[in-house]
Design a protein around this ligand. Structure first.
Ligand code: KG4
Ligand code: ZN
Length: 341
């Protein structure tokens, strides 16, 4: 079965082709136009998806060496995400599915991130714990089987990537701040400044405290002192902030491992590209005899390979979505959006 996957939930227009679960091509066109605004501008994102979608799909098809008639089914993100952005990929997918009479599989973007560990070998067996950390989401999930999962914890305020991006802005780094902080932290001293680590009950996360603390810390130096601090200690400040976020993520993850006894751990979403998080998770899993699954950085970020793979798994289980499937900006993670057939 050859599946065309389409993803347009935020600021990446993406298409991918998967044959029997094996990736043939993956194309991501990232909208750099938001950089100068320091964040994603929804209206501009939607318009740019419209400009790019046809070419992106064409490139994915030619990269896979197939043409539209070779496609057996279409997988597409229906939510969560920006409504205007979701609509572009979804309308395209529905139009193509309708015109060609192809089955359609609506994929929840979070399920997509979870399935990013199924794009390449080695793939995890069930059950596994999955930390989904991106610009819009921070969730800790126990994945028991195909599309059967239990949400253990989520963020009470900012997403982990959002905290990276906001603090990156405070530090005068380009948008998005996450990869910039990661790069700037190289060689820095993570103990230079002790940023607070929120510790909530259960498995929930909170990143607004560390973000506000970064603001007070920087403002506390005054304009001149702040400039000097960042000139002399940018690496140390970045490493210290990054260490606090990584500690908070790892503390929930280790707690869940201890409580559930699950021996496989996956980390996905844009923030899973973070080198300190990858190192901390690898060291922990090594020490504890756990298997760790983290996608290559290219599949950590938003992409359509994960949507095509997730869609393929739905389709082979006989699950399809009706052509009346609508974009759902706030799609709940566990929401059933599929009808069997
Ligand atoms: O998964 P993604 O591409 O989009 C969403 O679904 O949100 O994640 C983007 C987020 C951004 O907040 C970005 O700053 C963050 O992932 N990110 C990183 C790194 N690379 C991307 N955060 C920390 N370290 C990185 N290396
Ligand atoms: Zn995402």
């Amino acid at each position: 079965m050859t599946v065309l996957g389409i993803e347009s939930s935020c600021d990446d227009t993406a298409a991918a082709v998967v044959e029997d679960g094996r990736l043939l091509s993956s194309v991501v066109s990232s909208q750099i136009l938001h950089e100068k605004y320091g964040g994603v501008v929804p209206e501009l994102a939607s318009r740019d998806h419209q400009r790019s979608i046809v070419d992106v799909v064409r490139e994915a098809l030619s990269g896979a060496g197939v043409d539209i008639p070779a496609i057996d089914a279409i997988a597409v993100t229906y939510g969560p995400g920006l409504a205007g952005s979701l609509l572009v990929g979804l309308s395209y997918a529905k139009a193509l599915a309708g015109a060609r009479n192809l089955p359609l599989a609506g994929v929840n973007h979070i399920d997509g991130h979870i399935y990013s560990v199924f794009i390449e070998e080695p793939r995890p067996a069930f059950p596994f714990l999955c930390l989904v950390v991106s610009g819009g989401h921070t969730l800790l999930v126990r994945v028991d089987d195909e599309f059967r999962h239990e949400l253990l914890g989520t963020t009470r305020d900012d997403a982990a990537g959002e905290a990276f991006d906001k603090v990156g802005k405070m530090l005068g780094l380009p948008y998005p701040g996450g990869p910039e902080i990661d790069r700037s932290a190289a060689g820095g001293d993570p103990t230079f400044h002790d940023f607070p680590r929120a510790s909530l009950e259960g498995y929930d996360f909170s990143f607004s405290g560390v973000k506000t603390s970064a603001l007070y810390y920087l403002n506390g130096h005054g304009d001149h002192g702040r400039r000097v601090l960042l000139q002399e200690h940018m690496a140390d400040v970045c490493a210290s902030f990054q260490a606090a976020v990584v500690d908070m993520l790892m503390s929930r993850l280790t707690k869940a491992v201890e409580a559930t006894g699950v021996e496989r751990v996956a980390i996905t979403g844009g923030v899973s590209a973070n080198s300190a998080l990858r190192e901390a998770a690898a060291a922990y899993c090594d020490r504890s005899g756990l298997e760790l699954f983290v996608p290559r950085p290219v599949y950590c970020m938003d992409n359509a390979a994960m949507i095509a793979v997730a869609g393929y798994h739905k389709l082979i289980a006989g699950k399809t979505s009706p052509l009346t499937l609508t974009a759902d900006a706030n799609a709940a993670f566990n929401q059933a959006r599929l009808t069997s057939g």
